[in-house]
Design a protein around this ligand. Structure first.
Ligand SMILES: [Zn+2]
Length: 128
């Protein structure tokens, strides 16, 4: 997953003629169950030999949205405290009618923005 993200960022940066990337903003859906720490760690390793090296990584979380096909409810993923595991677990039950709802947001990783450094006109001193 992290590999795919880094590849996408590199592609995007190349398209803009980036020489270096200074900042990357990602939005990670909570329903991907990807750990942010894990992404940060992988990112650090994956960008070592790329123009993304030393870039600042900003991660935002998207809590996710569910939609109920029975009553049309659309809203944030309800979180239920599960006493068995003692952790809050997202449920896919419609809070309005109790029927099964489906995830419409929060399962994706998207690149929100990339701050790139373009080659400057000034420093093309290798022309002679
Ligand atoms: Zn419903």
């Amino acid at each position: 997953m992290a590999t795919q993200i880094v590849e996408n960022i590199l592609e995007e940066a190349k398209r803009h003629g980036a020489k270096k990337v200074s900042e990357v903003q990602l939005v990670i859906g909570k329903m991907t169950f990807l750990g942010i720490d894990q992404i940060r760690f992988s990112y650090g390793i994956l960008v070592k030999d790329t123009i993304l090296k030393d870039s600042k990584l900003i991660i935002e979380e998207n809590n996710g949205v569910i939609q109920c096909s029975s009553c049309g409810f659309k809203g944030p993923v309800p979180i239920k405290d599960d006493p068995t595991y003692h952790i809050p677990v997202p449920t896919l039950k419609c809070p309005k009618c109790g029927k099964e709802a489906k995830i419409v947001e929060g399962k994706e990783c998207t690149i929100k923005s990339i701050t790139i450094l373009k080659p400057q006109e000034k420093d093309n001193d290798n022309q002679q």
